[in-house]
Design a protein around this ligand. Structure first.
Ligand SMILES: Cc1cc2nc3c(=O)[nH]c(=O)nc-3n(C[C@H](O)[C@H](O)[C@H](O)COP(=O)(O)OP(=O)(O)OC[C@H]3O[C@@H](n4cnc5c(N)ncnc54)[C@H](O)[C@@H]3O)c2cc1C
Length: 306
């Protein structure tokens, strides 16, 4: 739950360290991450790469037994409460010279790390940050897991992040629907019957309830597949669940506002303030369009479009 509360900040690393870290890394990181006494942010997004994470340029170079990190990240959540950041960087493959991804644990108080808060128009518990790495020096054991396995480590870790994002979206959708139903049972403007009597009010809420229940079922399927170790099956299900949950919350919040009439836009009822957050799941941690690309390619066998 802590991971969900933190917008997925810690849960993702907990997964990656648990599955891929060395024994030493597991005993160093997992207890604190599990009990919430330590928080680790996760940083993959770069301004010039965006959805195309294959284009990231943050580079980790070997210097003796150390690593030296250079580059930048953007939209990184929760730096203000994290002690460390799991940074996705690239190293140069000694054999081929091509760059390949690696995962590095970077303490937030490192020399060579600069950060700038991004002003967001969202109500979130954590802030978003741009990060700048300038010859940031790390010990050899900052590397999580194996240098050569980083790509599979990285992709396997995206599934629980998407499942958690689904849970967070569905929680917001349920909250908005509960508010809407409570109001629709109370508010009366005609002959004394509550507005929820009118199907123009009740049916959209019933549709949203169905959307939420269906998305929840897919989220549970994704979680079950993930728990069983089926990363490929979990990948498709987690993407579909995240898509369905994101659509469900965006529509549910809009309908909850509509049910409240003018009150839906007041500070007192707190629903208009949810609008930005209700759109967030359509963008992060992966956009709805990139999920549609995934499903078109992997579930339907259509040609890759990008
Ligand atoms: C509140 C918040 C918290 C975040 N937290 C983190 C974090 O902790 N760590 C982290 O690493 N990142 C984080 N992110 C970044 C998030 O993962 C990215 O914003 C997201 O992946 C989209 O990337 P982008 O914003 O660069 O959009 P872009 O890649 O610029 O995309 C812009 C639009 O173009 C569409 N698009 C792009 N390519 C295609 C294509 N091939 N086909 C169809 N449509 C396409 C996208 O779907 C989108 O609608 C966060 C973002 C937000 C808003």
């Amino acid at each position: 739950m802590r991971a969900v509360d933190d917008g997925g900040v810690t849960g993702d690393l907990r997964h990656r360290d648990a599955r891929y870290g060395t024994d030493e890394q597991r005993s160093r990181w997992l207890p604190g991450l599990a009990d919430g006494s330590e928080i680790m942010a996760f940083a993959i997004t770069e301004a010039d790469a965006g959805s195309n994470s294959h284009r990231i340029t943050t580079t980790a170079s070997r210097d003796g037994s150390d690593w030296v990190l250079n580059g930048n990240k953007t939209f990184i959540s929760g730096i203000e409460s994290a002690q460390n950041i799991l940074v996705v960087a690239r190293t140069e493959d000694a054999r081929t010279g091509t760059l390949k991804p690696v995962l590095m644990v970077v303490p937030v108080d490192s020399d060579g790390l600069d950060s700038a808060r991004i002003e967001m128009d969202l109500m979130l518990p954590e802030s978003q940050w741009s990060l700048f790495f300038d010859d940031l020096r790390l010990p050899g054991d900052a590397l999580v897991g194996e240098e050569d396995a980083a790509i599979s480590q990285l992709f396997a870790g995206l599934n629980p992040e998407r499942i958690m994002a689904s849970a967070a979206a569905l929680g917001q959708a349920r909250f908005a629907l509960d508010r809407a139903c409570a109001y629709a049972k109370e508010r009366s403007v005609w002959r004394g019957e509550p507005i929820g009597t009118h199907q123009g009010v009740a049916h959209p809420l019933a549709q949203s309830y169905i959307d939420v229940e269906l998305a929840k079922l897919m989220m549970q399927k994704a979680a079950t597949l993930y728990d069983s170790g089926d990363d490929v099956g979990a990948g498709a299900a987690a993407n579909i669940a995240k898509y369905a949950a994101a659509e469900a919350v965006a529509v549910a919040v809009d309908r909850a506002i509509q049910t409240h009439g003018g009150n839906g836009l007041t500070v007192e009822y707190g629903l208009a303030a949810m609008l930005g957050n209700s759109r967030l799941s359509r963008v992060a941690p992966v956009s709805r369009e990139m999920i549609l690309n995934f499903v078109a390619q992997h579930n339907l066998g259509l040609p890759k479009s990008y």
